[in-house]
Design a binder for this molecule. Structure first.
Ligand SMILES: [Fe+2]
Length: 550
């Protein structure tokens, strides 16, 4: 029904339902705060360093971290990262490798909460037997954000916590969160914009009045900055309250993707490369809430490791495995065949790393996947949801538009750049060239779980040595955010690729456990149900599928 044909009665019903929906949001946001002074802790480690992000419910003037091993105690002063004293950063260096430390926070007068353990990784020249990694994507989104119809974009926190707790119970050595740590799409404006029409406007209005709006001309962190209050209202809800302290003893790695720049990657309004404000907002929320990469690609010319340590990084676990993570949103370019999804110096660095044999195993984590398309603008591939498979015109799809069509690479995807595919091919070529060790690919972005063997890519024949690629599984995705709901199709193999399924692609919540050992690599896709067929607030039965990758 066109909006102008809404009857008065219908309008009142919609507004009433919207207010009920708003009430629902408010009720969840105002729930009781957990006991204890600490709001959240997120650590990362290398073989000789810790970097730990901590926030408190109430401001503090000074905070210290004691790092104890046997009888040796090292006191590290916290660095305040907000203007009120709620957010603190601790950088600890000179640590022994593969060693358990006991950490204790304190302020001027007292110990803060209980001590907890954290362990460094093995040294780069050691030979660990095994390494267990958990990867997931898309954990962000407001808690309890519900449409008047009862449908959600995001599962509520209590559901996400069940998935997190199952992941922690598997005792991983590290966790990689691939993109979309927050969802707060500004679409070039000052406040989040949710859909169109009356319902979208009501929810947009509600979010603006509950969380506030940014002033894009002002700095984000600093005294008298209203922007800081808006940012922390979003980050407290979507990151600090979600993670709490449950990961305080697990090394965490956060890869950025489109929503972390406060934008979605749709072609109806090109929002990438990020505007200056979006880049600042990404850096600000990351600096307050989660640790940067400690090991960034500093050894390649043209890369500023201090500036890029939110986008490009390495996880090294002795001589067993090296994992390189790279953001495909923040630095994309749009220069036709010269376009890239990540910068050329990083590509050179990656190609060198792929060619080297420093570790037994190698994994790459691009923020969005090789081997799948959901018809989104900012993909490696030209596939888009077209009216039919023969359509050759321009296509500019909107989200949630209930499009009837099929994924096709014959139509012209608005804004898509051929150079992105050429960079994909260079990467595939580099992987194929190194015959001494296979490279596995782990990615997020598309809201689904699955595993494919890539047997051909354009004119590159990979049939003799297929490349293993996994979609690791989304944490928060709910009714409105599955590709079948948002884009009217399910994710599929791009037209220019030849693949075979190792694990059928499913729209469900979950994560992937990857076990690296001296004999090979196994991946377990842990599927919690929760897809389009399950009721809105729930996940289903847990189903695990284990495959051998190497
Ligand atoms: Fe996402």
């Amino acid at each position: 029904m066109p909006e102008s044909h809404f009857s008065r009665r219908h309008l009142l019903k919609v507004i009433g339902a919207g207010l009920l929906g708003a009430f629902f949001i408010a009720r969840l946001l105002n729930r009781a705060r957990p006991s204890g002074p600490i709001q959240h802790i997120l650590p990362t480690v290398t073989h000789n360093q810790f970097l730990i992000k901590v926030s408190f419910w109430e401001p503090k003037k000074a905070v210290q971290l004691s790092v104890t091993r046997l009888q040796q105690v090292n006191h590290v002063a916290g660095k305040q990262t907000d203007s009120r004293g709620r957010f603190w950063l601790f950088r600890v260096s000179g640590l022994a490798s593969e060693t358990n430390y006991t950490l204790q926070l304190s302020d001027a007068t007292d110990l803060i909460d209980k001590a907890w353990p954290l362990k460094t990784f093995p040294s780069p020249d050691s030979h660990p037997d095994s390494f267990k990694l958990i990867c997931y994507t898309c954990a962000g989104g407001p808690d309890g954000f519900s449409l008047p119809s009862g449908k959600n974009f995001f599962k509520p926190h209590f559901v996400r916590h069940k998935i997190f707790d199952a992941a922690i119970a598997m005792r991983p050595d590290a966790v990689v969160a691939i993109g979309d740590h927050i969802y707060w799409d500004l679409r070039g404006n000052n406040s989040a914009t949710v859909g169109s029409g009356f319902i979208g406007q009501i929810i947009t209005w509600y979010l603006k009045h509950s969380f506030g709006a940014f002033d894009r001309t002002q700095k984000i962190i600093g005294f008298n900055s209203d922007n800081e209050a808006v940012l922390t209202a979003i980050g407290d809800d979507q990151i600090a309250h979600l993670y709490g302290t449950r990961f305080k003893s697990i090394p965490m790695f956060f890869v950025a993707d489109d929503h972390d720049y406060f934008e979605n990657d749709d072609a109806d309004l090109l929002t990438f490369p990020p505007q200056s404000f979006n880049r600042r907002a990404h850096a600000a929320i990351a600096d307050l809430y989660y640790p940067a990469f400690l090991s960034a690609p500093a050894d390649s010319p043209g890369i500023d490791s201090e500036r890029n340590n939110r986008s490009f990084g390495t996880l090294r676990y002795g001589k067993l495995v090296e994992i390189h993570m790279f953001d495909c949103a923040g630095y994309l370019t749009m220069e036709k065949t010269k376009s890239v999804l990540f910068p050329s110096p990083v590509e050179d660095w990656l190609v060198n790393k792929i060619a080297s044999d420093l570790t037994k195993h190698l994994a790459l984590i691009p923020s969005h996947p090789l081997a799948w398309t959901a018809g989104k603008w900012r993909e490696w591939y030209p596939d888009v949801v077209a009216p039919n498979g023969e359509f050759t015109g321009l296509v500019k799809n909107k989200l949630l538009a209930n499009i009837h069509g099929v994924l096709s690479n014959k139509a012209q995807k608005a804004g898509w750049q051929k150079g992105w595919w050429l960079q994909h091919q260079r990467l595939i070529q580099a992987i194929d060239k190194n015959r001494s060790r296979p490279t596995i690919l782990l990615s997020g972005d598309i809201h689904a779980l699955g595993a494919k063997s890539i047997e051909g890519s354009g004119d590159i024949d990979l049939s003799k040595r297929p490349i293993q690629s996994l979609l690791v599984g989304p944490i928060s995705t709910s009714d409105m955010a599955w590709p079948s709901a948002a884009r009217s199709i399910t994710a599929a193999t791009p037209g220019w690729l030849k693949t075979s399924d190792r694990v059928e692609t499913k729209e469900d919540n979950g994560f992937t456990l990857v076990k690296f050992n001296r004999n090979g690599i196994q991946a377990t896709l842990v599927n919690f149900g929760g897809g389009p067929k399950i009721s809105k607030m729930q996940i289903g039965k847990v189903h695990k599928t284990t495959i051998t990758l190497v």
